[in-house]
Design a protein around this ligand. Structure first.
Ligand code: UTP
Length: 458
């Protein structure tokens, strides 16, 4: 980098009160100096500080009018309607029109698992990882449909290699390697709570993955959209890596999305506790929207109907179907950044690593649901929480590997009961392989004669 350019970078650092970076920059050997200067040159300080400023101006207030959004409940459909939706979903699976996208680029800072979140074993009897559970659900469907379901796996620069290596070492869990497409998302600089850029021990700006809303841009940049078009896909099933009950590429949901034919369909669950850490669906300014749980104003959060239910009770659980042409059209949309305080490892001036006990940094993230207002209409389908949602966010307690394990095993126990297994034979832990059953089907004695109990753990 030429000297005038370095001078320009120095001026920018001064203008945005990043003197600590300037000091490091001046001390670094030439190659490292150029690397740091090139990083700084890329930073959009205006957006960074504007986003943080908005975040710190509490309490949250939403100026746009908020209204409830309409939805349909799977339970309210007649049996023949459910069958028709499900059959439409299978038709699309058989025709090879469906792909799946897992967003697995997060840092999982609350969980603190050593490695990508998808590699986590939540302690099921089979000891399968989240990625394996998902792969097997997809394999079950593609086996029945007679058509592969291409799987797009979003990683971040932090966990890309580890994720790809995990898949390789597990022989892709029986998936075909050519149907697994790994792609990397964007990053943004992390800032300390004092507004200063965080630097690594080597004198580079610390970057953090900038949210699941980076997904469409990353799909485009990586060539995944071109791959999808070549394969003739129409719908992409989008989900979080950290839901142990995810019904990946659920045929019933695909059918509902396809027959309603809006650019986006989403599955929701009823939110019953105002403090539960999930966002809510609504219409904001007449457009479909989600208010993230950290951003719901208190009056909206606590509002209840006469019968005691939350007025805004359609909980966002990050299960969506996007039409491929919608993704392509909006891949370059300039979504806003949301700010959160998170724990980030930092290095002191002597180069020593400090692992913070409390959140110490601002992270900027784009959220997938900020694409929703870009769609004129959204299909909202209410599903049953206990069949769909077992999030893993924390090390212990609620939304932890332990709570998710319990939810998976409770569901599988109910499947076995529904299949006619007497209660007194259901002692201990039970887990049904996703290769055997997708939603509890195929477990009746007349359908299945092998042993269903294949592992116990205390
Ligand atoms: P979360 O918002 O729960 O973040 O992600 P996280 O990184 O998993 O955990 P914390 O907040 O640091 O504790 C919801 C989903 O979005 C993905 C995550 O991998 C998860 O599947 N995600 C999140 C990304 O793919 N990229 C990101 O930059 C952030």
């Amino acid at each position: 980098m030429l000297e005038p350019k370095i001078k320009q970078v120095e001026a920018t650092l001064l203008a945005y009160k990043q003197e600590h970076v300037l000091k490091v920059l001046r001390q670094l050997p030439q190659a490292a100096k150029e690397k740091l200067a090139a990083q700084v040159e890329q930073i959009d300080f205006e957006t960074l500080f504007k986003s943080i400023d908005k975040y710190t101006r509490l309490p949250v207030s939403i100026k746009e009018p908020i209204k409830p959004i309409s939805f349909e409940d799977w339970e309210d459909y007649e049996e023949r309607e459910q069958a028709a939706y499900t059959e439409r979903g299978w038709e699309l699976l058989r025709a090879g029109r469906i792909g799946a996208i897992v967003v697995a680029g997060g840092q999982g800072s609350r969980l603190g698992h050593d490695g990508p979140k998808g590699t986590l074993d939540i302690g099921l009897p089979s000891r399968k990882s989240l990625f394996q559970l998902q792969a097997e659900r997809l394999l079950y469907l593609s086996g029945k449909a007679g058509k592969a379901i291409p799987w797009y796996i979003m990683t971040s620069p932090d966990n890309h290699e580890a994720t790809a290596a995990f898949f390789r070492s597990a022989a892709y869990f029986g998936y075909s390697a050519k149907d697994c497409f790994f792609f990397q998302q964007n990053t943004m600089p992390a800032l300390g709570l004092n507004g200063k850029l965080l630097l690594s021990a080597e004198g580079t700006v610390q970057l953090a993955p900038s949210g699941n809303g980076e997904c469409f841009a990353a799909l485009k940049r990586s060539g995944a959209i071109a791959d999808m078009k070549e394969r003739g896909l129409e719908w992409l099933f989008y989900y979080n890596v950290d839901n142990a009950l995810i019904k990946v590429a659920d045929p019933a949901f695909i059918g509902v999305a396809a027959l309603h034919n809006n650019p986006i369909a989403t599955k929701v669950i009823e939110k019953t506790d105002a403090e539960e850490k999930i966002g809510i669906f609504c219409l904001k300014n007449g457009r479909p929207a989600v208010l993230e749980y950290t951003e719901i104003p208190d009056d909206i959060k606590a509002e209840r109907t006469k019968d005691g239910r939350l007025f805004y009770n359609l909980g966002h659980i990050s299960i969506h179907l996007f039409k491929l042409d919608f993704i392509e059209e909006h891949a370059d949309a300039a979504l806003p950044y949301h700010v959160a305080t998170k724990k980030m490892n930092v290095w002191d001036e002597g180069g020593r690593l400090i692992k913070p006990a409390e959140p110490n940094a601002y992270k900027l993230e784009r959220f997938i649901f900020d694409f929703f207002p870009l769609a004129s209409q959204l299909t909202v389908l209410k599903a049953r929480r206990q069949e769909e949602f077992a999030p893993i966010k924390n090390k212990t307690g609620e939304d932890s590997p332990q709570s998710a394990r319990k939810l998976v095993m409770e569901l599988h126990r109910r499947w076995l009961q529904a299949a006619g297994i007497p209660r007194d034979e259901l002692n201990g832990d039970f887990e049904i392989s996703p290769l055997l059953s997708y939603g509890g089907e195929g477990l009746r004695e007349e359908e299945w004669t092998g042993s269903l109990k294949f592992g116990t753990s205390e």
